[in-house]
Design a binder for this molecule. Structure first.
Ligand SMILES: [Zn+2]
Length: 667
């Protein structure tokens, strides 16, 4: 364990809360301690109320906040004496507990306090830190876990048997603490769940966490259960699978798998694939069917990963087993539950590696990261003597816990393209970039391709990938499709935007090379991409969609633009034929014809001024030289392109819609 505490950085913290933020972020930065909203921290402080009286306040992590990025606003200030009184109650239902927490905060706009707030309140230390450290859950989930924990820590920690988080856990911890704690106590291990440390200062509490987790790591090293061998053995089913990434076949298998999962889930999903050494090696272990079917490393992972991963690709069988799991455990729950979707969130396949599924690319990335840690934990616990997760009923209780469900529902209604994947060509600038923005804003995961290397750094977010791609290269287009399906599991929408518009040249002076170049980019590249994308679009859960950025020049060509007008007209015919042919595959193809979109790279102020002057117009008149006297922007075109992929156009294919402010030659 690396101690990241920097006394200089800590010295800049002026009060208890800023120190609390500082060491919380240190914990959050180490993914072997906490992942995505896992873990929580608190500090007990004295505040003045409106009457000038001093009050003891527990600042505890608010639910929905990640320790790594927590700010002052992420801590919920709750009156400490009230929490201590609550801890004396013999029982308190979780919704009532949450009500008590929320109604005793001193800042109305603060987030809902962590459900472990009362537990934090009962521990008699100023700073309290809680993580789900990989090394600790590895030991507690190994055969003989409790004895091993006592062997590692002796009387340095209080050991608490597993109870579901919430009021009952807070009570049990308070009880166990009173019985077991002494002057030597620096932490508390919650079996099958995680670990607490505490201290008089932020530094003491943090360093005790590092020390305690380090001891568990040393124990694993000492028992030859630390270093993992992720050598990829050839898969029996597919001997060539290690080189499979370059082939289309596994990617079609991915898209098919995603379609099956979406069908069971009842909504489209993003699915990321990890075919790294760890994932492939783990998925090909001889004992994979035993070690992966025990349960998650810590119960709160269940809301992200479900209790068990799917082994192989039989989604229907997984769904049947999930329904049986629900039917078995639901009758034993305190109140009636509504079944969640029966689709897997983690898939382990000897050929594909690890596939992680989510309603969004962000969710899928979280699942992938959690399971990468889970694979380490399972492999190490197995090396230590056997991985044993909690009984299924305990996991069910957390999966169907009202408070956990509330966390997931907080997002509200999903965005229109949630779980869907789009590819946009010519996406680094202008209309293409605006299309990326419009699709991201509607919840899609987007791959942007462009010749311009700026495409790779357009955005840094889990739902965006930028790829440098020369659309005139068939190989590069194919490879972009494989990257798209590796990143997000399939392809639902294709926005064909890349194109070139060479300077004015009359037919009698047009060079053959120039003509061919325009045809190659504006026509051939789109044909190749459509053909190669077709098998993926066919597998889109809600049907495939293609939006084609055409041109006003299709219905109304201009002199000096022979190659451009001819290429766009041919593309238009290609789209119409594809609309006829692919309707049976539930793929819709619609075109939009923009004109005079000036907020793109080619139209500099100088070029605009000179063109306007050429027509005897001001720049403003030139920009609005259409029937509606309105300026058409990249965003206008992109919004229409996105809408054409959406439900408004669900019953439309083969359409051509102008977006040009009205053109008297077209109307
Ligand atoms: Zn916890």
């Amino acid at each position: 364990m690396k101690n990241l505490f920097d006394p200089k950085a800590a010295a800049t913290c002026t009060d208890d809360l800023s120190l609390r933020i500082y060491t919380s972020r240190l914990l959050g930065r180490d993914k072997t301690l906490v992942l995505h909203g896992g873990g929580n921290t608190s500090v007990k402080a004295i505040d003045q109320n409106a009457f000038g009286e001093e009050e003891e306040i527990l600042y505890v992590k608010g639910s929905g906040w990640d320790l790594e990025k927590i700010e002052a606003g992420g801590f919920s200030p709750v009156r400490l004496p009230h929490l201590k009184r609550l801890a004396q109650l013999p029982a308190l239902a979780d919704p009532d507990m949450v009500n008590e927490l929320v109604t005793h905060m001193t800042r109305a706009a603060a987030p809902v306090p962590s459900v472990e707030a009362i537990l934090h309140a009962t521990l008699p230390y100023k700073f309290v830190d809680h993580t789900h450290a990989d090394a600790v859950v590895t030991v507690t989930n190994a055969v003989g876990g409790e004895a091993r924990i006592r062997e590692i820590y002796g009387d340095a920690v209080v050991v608490v048997p597993y109870v579901m988080p919430g009021f009952d856990l807070a009570r049990l911890c308070a009880e166990q603490f009173a019985q077991q704690a002494g002057p030597q106590t620096i932490g508390m291990v919650l079996l099958n769940h995680g670990i607490f440390s505490f201290g008089a200062t932020a530094r003491e509490s943090y360093e005790r966490m590092i020390d305690l987790v380090g001891r568990a790591e040393d124990y694993l090293k000492h028992h030859q259960a630390w270093d993992l061998n992720w050598t990829v053995t050839p898969s029996a089913a597919t001997p060539d699978a290690t080189t499979g990434a370059a082939e289309a076949r596994p990617n079609l298998a991915l898209a098919r798998l995603r379609q099956d999962i979406a069908t069971v889930a009842g909504f489209p999903v993003v699915m990321t694939r990890q075919a790294d050494a760890q994932s492939l090696s783990f998925a090909r272990r001889d004992d994979v069917a035993t070690i992966t079917q025990q349960g998650p490393a810590t119960p709160d992972h269940v809301i992200r990963t479900k209790r068990l991963p799917l082994l192989g690709r039989d989604v229907a069988a997984y769904a049947t087993a999930y329904r049986t799991y629900f039917a078995t455990h639901e009758p034993l729950a305190k109140e009636r539950k509504t079944m969640l979707d029966a689709a897997p969130r983690v898939v382990l396949d000897p050929e594909l590696g690890l596939c992680a599924v989510g309603r969004s690319a962000k969710d899928a990335a979280i699942v992938a990261e959690i399971y990468a840690h889970t694979m380490d934990i399972i492999a190490r616990a197995t090396a230590l003597g056997g991985y044993r997760a909690l009984p299924a009923q305990d996991i069910f209780d957390v999966e169907y816990w009202d408070l956990e469900q509330a966390k997931l529902k907080k997002g509200g209604k999903p965005a229109v393209f949630a779980g869907e994947v789009a590819l946009v060509t010519g996406a680094a600038s202008g209309i293409g970039k605006a299309c990326v923005d419009a699709l991201l804003a509607r919840g899609a995961a987007v791959v942007g391709i462009d010749l311009n290397p700026a495409i790779t750094s357009l955005y840094s977010r889990p739902d965006y990938r930028g790829l440098v791609c020369d659309v005139s290269s068939e190989e590069q287009l194919k490879s972009a499709l494989l990257s798209t399906t590796d990143a997000f599991g399939g392809l639902d929408m294709l926005v064909l935007n890349a194109g070139i518009f060479p300077g004015g040249c009359r037919v009698d002076a047009l060079k053959t090379d120039e003509w061919r170049k325009v045809m190659q980019i504006n026509l051939d590249a789109n044909f190749v991409l459509m053909r190669e994308a077709h098998p993926f679009l066919k597998l889109a859960p809600r049907g495939g969609r293609v939006a084609i950025i055409g041109s006003k020049n299709v219905p109304a060509p201009g002199p000096g633009a022979a190659a451009y007008s001819a290429s766009k007209a041919a593309l238009n015919q290609l789209a119409r034929v594809a609309a006829l042919e692919w309707g049976a595959d539930n793929i819709r193809i619609n075109s939009l014809h923009p004109n005079a979109v000036f907020d793109t790279g080619i139209w500099t102020e100088a070029v605009l001024a000179s063109r306007a002057k050429h027509y005897g117009l001001t720049v403003d008149e030139y920009k609005k030289n259409n029937v509606l006297k309105t300026e058409v922007t990249s965003r206008d075109v992109a919004e229409l392109a996105a809408e054409m992929c959406g439900p408004l156009f669900a019953k439309t294919t083969g359409a051509q819609v102008p977006v040009d402010g009205g053109n008297d030659r077209v109307i």
